[in-house]
Design a protein around this ligand. Structure first.
Ligand code: MF3
Ligand code: CO
Ligand code: CO
Length: 331
C-alpha cells in the first residue's frame, strides 16, 4: 500500500491515470473522506467457481419469483394490520435468525463460502422455509457472502476463507408466506484492529438506527444518526443500497436510506415491518460491480461491513424480529 501519485493508476480501478481520473475531485474533497491520504490497494477477493444450483423440494412454499426470477414490482406498503400477518412475520424472523446463527457458527479459516451456502440451504429447508435469495432476479445461491472489500451480494463460491478476513453472511428466508432478513459481519481468525473498529462501529450504527424507530418519526432520522456515527469514526456510508420494507414480498415500500435525506418526510407507522442494514466502508463510499453484475465492492478496495435486522414498529417503539442475542463479534 502506498500513497497515490499523479501518474499512478487511479484508486477507483478505472484503469486511468490518477491525474486523468479522481485527482481533481479528491482535491476538492468530493470523493475522499477528509484528511485521508489515498492509497492503492489490491483486491483481496477474486471470483471462484460457482457450484450448480441447489434444489428446493416441491412441498416447500415458494415466493412468486422462484420460477421466473422476476419479483412482483408493486410499490406495496409493508404496513401490517392483522395479527396473523404479524405472527407470521415474527416466525419468519425467528427462522432467519436460526439459519444465520447456524451459518455463523461454521465460519472459520479454510471453509468455502459455497460450503456456508449449502449449510444455510439445508437448514432453511429443514425449518420448512425457502431461501429467499435463490433465483431472486436470477441470484444463483441461498445466501449472500460478502468478504472484505465486498460490500453486498457476494455470490457464495469456491473461495476458502483465510485468516484475517471479515465476512458478512446475509440470510433471507420465506416461510409461512413472509420473508425475514438479517445479516452479520464476523471475523475469520485474527483480524487487524482497523477491521475490528469498522465492524464494531457498523454494529453501533445499526443499533443507533433501531433506537430512533417509533411511530410518528420521520424515516430520515434513521439515516441521520447512522451517517453521523459513521462519519464521527472516519468511515463512510454506502448510498447505492438501502434497507427496505418486507413481508409478503422480499422488497416493499418504503426504502430506508442509511444516510441523511433532508427532504424525505415519510413517517414511520405502527405495524410497518422493514429492515435497517447499514453498509459502512473504511474508505470512500463509492461502489463498483464485478462482471457478474451482483458482487458490489468498494471502489477504493477498502473493507466494508454490514449488519441487518428485520423490525416491527409497535405502538411505542420497535420489536427486533431477527434478534435474540449479542452479535458473534462481541463474544
Ligand atoms: N438480503 C439482501 C437484503 O438485505 C438482498 C439480497 S438479494 C440477492 O436486502 F438477490 F442479492 F440475493
Ligand atoms: Co434486506
Ligand atoms: Co439481507
Amino acid at each position: 500500500m502506498k500513497v497515490i501519485g499523479r501518474n499512478d493508476p487511479c484508486w477507483c480501478n478505472s484503469g486511468k491515470k490518477y491525474k486523468k481520473c479522481h485527482l481533481q475531485s479528491d482535491a476538492k474533497g468530493e470523493t475522499a473522506p477528509s484528511g485521508r491520504a489515498k492509497t492503492v490497494r489490491k483486491p483481496t477477493v477474486l471470483s471462484a467457481a460457482v457450484s450448480p444450483t441447489l434444489v428446493v423440494p416441491k412441498e416447500i412454499g415458494r415466493p412468486e419469483y422462484a420460477m421466473s426470477g422476476k419479483p412482483t414490482d408493486k410499490k406495496i406498503s409493508c404496513k401490517k394490520t392483522d395479527s396473523d400477518q404479524i405472527e407470521r412475520m415474527r416466525y419468519a424472523g425467528k427462522v432467519a435468525r436460526d439459519v444465520l446463527d447456524t451459518v455463523l457458527a461454521r465460519v472459520k479459516e479454510g471453509i468455502t463460502t459455497d460450503e456456508l451456502d449449502k449449510i444455510a440451504h439445508a437448514r432453511t429447508l429443514k425449518l420448512g422455509g425457502y431461501p429467499s435469495t435463490l433465483n431472486y432476479m436470477g441470484f444463483p445461491k441461498s445466501i449472500c457472502t460478502s468478504v472484505n472489500e465486498v460490500v453486498v451480494h457476494g455470490i457464495p463460491d469456491g473461495r476458502s476463507l483465510v485468516n484475517g478476513d471479515v465476512i458478512n453472511c446475509d440470510v433471507t428466508v420465506y416461510v409461512d408466506g413472509m420473508h425475514g432478513d438479517c445479516s452479520e459481519t464476523v471475523f475469520v481468525g485474527e483480524v487487524d484492529e482497523a477491521s475490528k473498529k469498522l465492524v464494531r462501529v457498523t454494529w453501533e450504527c445499526l443499533l443507533k438506527g433501531i433506537d430512533v424507530v417509533k411511530p410518528g418519526v420521520f424515516f430520515n432520522r434513521i439515516g441521520k444518526v447512522i451517517e453521523a456515527h459513521a462519519k464521527d469514526n472516519g468511515f463512510s456510508v454506502v448510498r447505492e443500497f438501502t434497507g427496505h420494507g418486507l413481508g409478503q414480498y422480499f422488497h416493499m415500500a418504503p426504502y430506508i436510506a442509511h444516510f441523511y435525506e433532508a427532504g424525505n418526510k415519510q413517517v414511520i407507522e405502527e405495524g410497518m415491518t422493514f429492515t435497517i442494514e447499514p453498509m459502512i466502508n473504511a474508505g470512500g463510499a463509492e461502489c463498483r460491480f464485478w462482471k457478474d453484475k451482483w458482487t458490489a465492492v468498494t471502489a477504493d478496495l477498502s473493507k466494508s461491513a454490514q449488519f441487518e435486522h428485520t423490525l416491527l414498529v409497535t405502538a411505542t417503539g420497535v420489536e427486533i424480529l431477527t434478534g435474540g442475542r449479542e452479535p458473534f463479534f462481541l463474544k
